[in-house]
Ligand binder design. Structure first.
Ligand code: ATP
Ligand code: MG
Length: 443
């Protein structure tokens, strides 16, 4: 994919922008607040049909106007696609693809893809499990037609189960069993599907992520593993990540190492990520070592796709096991809505707690590069890459490596506020623009 032309009318701080683009590497330079991220946002909108920021449609329209237009020509699949989007401040929008009106955004987004890395994406590494789950779920929404409705259905059932939990007290706990079982069954059905899809995706992402991390940190092996909500409990019943009520704001203080995720002996089934090939195995087939169950190599199936029935059984068992706890704190403590990922670098250290700022930033970039490769396979085209303020905090070696890597591979847009970040970098083949006074000029 190659963006040849970009035109903006009344988009954010720009009243009128026209850019003919010819290069694979495009640099937007400008002071803080100049409008660099806004530009990337418009490029992102052209292939995703939405902003990468938590913005409403009206936020994108210039404050002095009641509509905005994003127009672009993207070369994709050997042909030029002229995409024209008009957003109105009454919430309506009009879209044209090659001058013909189309009804839905999916009419132009389905065979286009753009991946953005913005400073906010550091939250995937540094912040609560919510952002790591979202990283997977957002990709699934792009690559799996059924995922969004599955996600919504699960959320609805979860809300209903939580409402029921709120109505249960110590007095009516046993009479509520039948009703809770109905919700458990539905939650297990949808939840197991979600987990399965996430694990299959992670299996695909993982090799790509490790490949990129190896590229940046030659001697230190990286890994990314899926952590089930029920494996996040400590032996004392507390959640390893602290407050359950609000998973989105959890500040994890606990260093996570492999041993934290080994399943304990009380389980009927084991799911261990200790081995890349690990899957669900009944306890009969596993050996016991020093209080924890380990999956032996010969028992491992060769992929991550779990047997939905076995997964469902464990999920159901965990719902029953934690039912009293759920009633006490009036929320559902286990399920895919509480799962997490752990990302390690070298000596099995959780990069979230032990990684340097630069390592964390590179890890977030590598996750995005892995996503980029995956989407490229999915649409059989090379997506565009948007790197917002990515060069700060990277040492010179890593900056070189990054620029070498993206090279001519993907059309890439980079923003930088500080010209010093570009020092010592060979930018001969790149198109440079200065963003200033709500205008964009060739530099
Ligand atoms: N709807 C809008 N209408 C007019 N101006 C807007 C609108 N939305 C945002 N802005 C302006 O856009 C500017 C922010 O732009 P942007 O976030 O792209 O800056 P930036 O160049 O990326 O800065 P930084 O280097 O700090 O990241 C702000 O000054 C804000 O006032
Ligand atoms: Mg910015």
């Amino acid at each position: 994919m190659f963006l040849k032309y970009l035109e903006l009318k009344n988009f954010r701080n720009y009243s009128n922008v026209n850019l003919d683009l010819n290069s694979g590497l495009i640099l937007f330079l400008g002071n803080n607040g100049a409008g660099k991220t806004n530009l990337l946002e418009s490029v992102f909108y052209l292939s995703n049909g939405k902003s990468h920021r938590l913005s409403t449609q009206n936020d994108l329209i210039n404050w002095k106007s009641d509509y905005c237009i994003i127009r672009g020509i993207i070369e994709s699949g050997g042909e030029d696609k002229l995409i024209e989007i008009q957003l109105n401040n009454d919430g309506s929008l009009k879209i044209k693809l090659n001058k013909v009106f189309i009804k839905n955004k999916s009419g132009f987004t389905s065979d286009l893809a753009t991946v953005i890395f913005s400073p906010d994406d550091l939250r995937i590494i540094k912040s609560s499990p919510f952002y790591r789950r979202n990283f997977l779920d957002d990709i699934l929404e792009k690559t799996d037609r059924n995922f969004l409705s599955l996600r919504l259905k699960y959320q609805r059932i979860l809300n209903q189960r939580n409402s029921l939990l709120k109505s249960i007290s110590g007095f009516n706990i046993s009479s509520s069993n039948n009703t809770i079982e109905v919700w458990n069954e539905k939650l297990v059905e949808m939840g197991s599907l979600i987990i399965n899809k996430r694990l299959n995706l992670l299996n695909l992402i993982k090799t790509k992520f490790i490949k990129y991390m190896n590229y940046f940190f030659e001697s230190r092996k990286a890994d990314v593993r899926y952590i089930f909500s029920w494996d996040r409990f400590e032996p004392n019943g507390n959640f390893t990540n602290g407050n359950l009520e609000n998973d989105t704001n959890i500040s994890d203080n606990q260093p996570a190492r492999k041993k934290d995720f080994e399943y304990n002996a009380s389980s009927h089934f084991v799911l261990s990520d200790l081995n890349d090939n690990a899957v669900f195995i009944e306890t009969d087939t596993i050996s016991k070592k020093s209080g924890a169950y380990f999956v032996s190599d010969k028992d491992c199936l060769n992929n991550y796709s779990l047997n939905n029935i076995l997964l469902g059984k464990v999920f159901e068992e965990k719902l029953n096991f934690y039912f009293k706890k759920d009633v006490a704190i009036k929320t559902t403590t286990v399920g895919p809505h509480r799962d997490d990922l752990v990302i390690t670098l070298g000596d099995d250290c959780d990069i979230r707690n032990f990684g340097s700022q630069g390592q964390q930033r590179i890890a977030a970039i590598c996750l995005k590069l892995a996503e980029l490769d995956l989407l490229a396979e999915n649409i059989n085209e090379k997506p565009m890459l948007l790197l917002d303020d990515v060069l700060s905090e990277l040492d010179l070696e890593r900056k070189h490596l990054l620029l070498q890597l993206i090279g001519n591979n993907y059309q890439t847009f980079i923003t930088a506020a500080n010209f010093d970040y570009l020092k010592d970098i060979d930018l001969k083949y790149c198109e440079k623009y200065l963003v200033k006074d709500n205008e964009i000029k060739r530099y």
